[in-house]
Write a protein that binds this ligand. Sequence first.
Ligand code: HEM
Length: 556
Amino acid sequence: MSIGSAYISGRPHLLTKLIRLTAMDSLLQTLQSSPIFFIILPLLLAFVLFSLTTLRKKLPYPPGPKGYPIIGNMAMMDQLTHRGLADLAKKYGGLLHLQMGAIHVVAVSTPDMAKEVLQAQDLVFANRPANVAITYLTYDRADMAFANYGPFWRQMRKICVIKLFSRRREESWASVREEVDSTLQTVMNTTGSKVNIGELVFALTRNITYRAAFGSFSHDGQDEFVKILQEFSKLFGAFNIADFFPWMGWINARGFYKRMARARESLDGFIDSIIDEHMKKKKKKNVRDEEGKINYNDGEAEAEADTDMVDELMAFYSEEEGVAAKGDGDDLQSAKLTRDHIKAIIMDVMFGGTETVASAIEWAMAELMKSPHDLKKVQEELADKVGLTRILHDSDLKQLTYLKCCIKETLRLHPPIPLLLHETASNTVVSGYNIPAKSRVMINAWAIGRDPFAWEDPDKFNPARFLHENAPDFTGNHFEYIPFGSGRRSCPGMQLGLYALELSVAHLLHCFNWELPDGMSPGELDMNDMFGLTAPKACRLVAVPSYRLTCPLKIF
Ligand code: HEM
């Protein structure tokens, strides 16, 4: 039988396949027994790899505005905001490329593209970009939020999730309750006059995180600490030419480094003394433990039993430098933290947990004041489910369906972190476009929450859309709704943040009625936002409270 006749209706006959396999087999055997095989194979592999790389290099970058030689699109720097990038996306699409000096910037503005980078290629996109200031001020990325993905980050995340943010760590939740109670008392003392809700809630969340982090220590130093935070925030966002052209780092380097060094010195001075106090407390307690003389009814011992975040982190304390980085990321027993790690984690908590929650509370109150119909529905629900004869308890929250819808809708329209900042760990291809390693990736959660193909009437505040059975939730599996991100780098403080947010808004609306000042109508409310690490209201919300309950506000 000829080879030609071995084809039946265009398919190779079984016998032909057999002959080919046998021939191949003997060829492989001959090659394997020859030393040439070991030269050819690596060459072949290198050729395939080279071809793939060249192919990728030939792929274009995602669409984007044309830039100038060397500086690229740096003239468009002021457009790197959630609104600026959303406008560019309308012209260039959901995956956009900008060249900022030596840096590739990729903006992701649609749910489909977000799914591609946060789910399908999560591993490649799980690094964080860090500029010169961030690297310096986080003690060379000794924290969790700015650490690149890897064993060190896994170890840090595990410590934070289990020891600091877990629902089982009752002290964090207690800090929220106590500070909300004290805020209600402040409002009660100012009923009938204007209250700056913005300032009120920023002070509230600062107090919550400060208390959760440092417990009863150094409350007097809080103002000093706020100043340090503000300077850090300014330096994180400050323009520094070295971030875009590393070879031009000498320009203004001395001034910039001096300012950064001063900021870090202030933080060192502040937190070092807190760490020292915690160490003394720990030693004292150990001695007393050994003597077996602790009296748990004694006030001092009770305060000691009430652990704060620094206490939790001190349990991993070691003088040895860099040990945490050596862990395999899975074994918490062997985890060790230096002073720098502890300081950097505390700063993560301060930055992650303060402005995010405060801006969300202010936006929720503003949207509800702007929409009296929804405000009425929330207050009716509170009157119905809780009643006006008592203060609200934690256990009431799960019954407040409409209030929760309002919170979700607020986070859709005003995600506190509008741009999620990631970095690619290696070269990759998305949607047929070349994305180089170390590209700065900005996932526009703000634009995605307002995507006209994913949301009906996207710019309208309509909490009822979340009443539907298939409405998106916070799990990060619905890529049209990612206020807490999705995947590996999603927010580890989500439960705590949501609790603070829901509890504050529920209490403020249950205890008080709110009127806009000076006869202002809801339509006149300024709803512009500001751009920074978060996107708070540009103009603070001011309103006049009146007491609503029929029982006295007895909290303490
Ligand atoms: C309404 C409240 C909050 C919102 C909307 C929010 C949102 C987010 C978002 C969008 C990210 C980045 C996700 C990404 O890059 O893909 C993030 C990260 C983070 N958040 Fe939150 N957050 C909130 C509250 C909190 C709280 C209360 C804490 C801590 C007490 C916290 C700690 C962090 C930390 C440490 C990270 C960095 C995680 C990492 O890089 O692995 N957040 N958050």
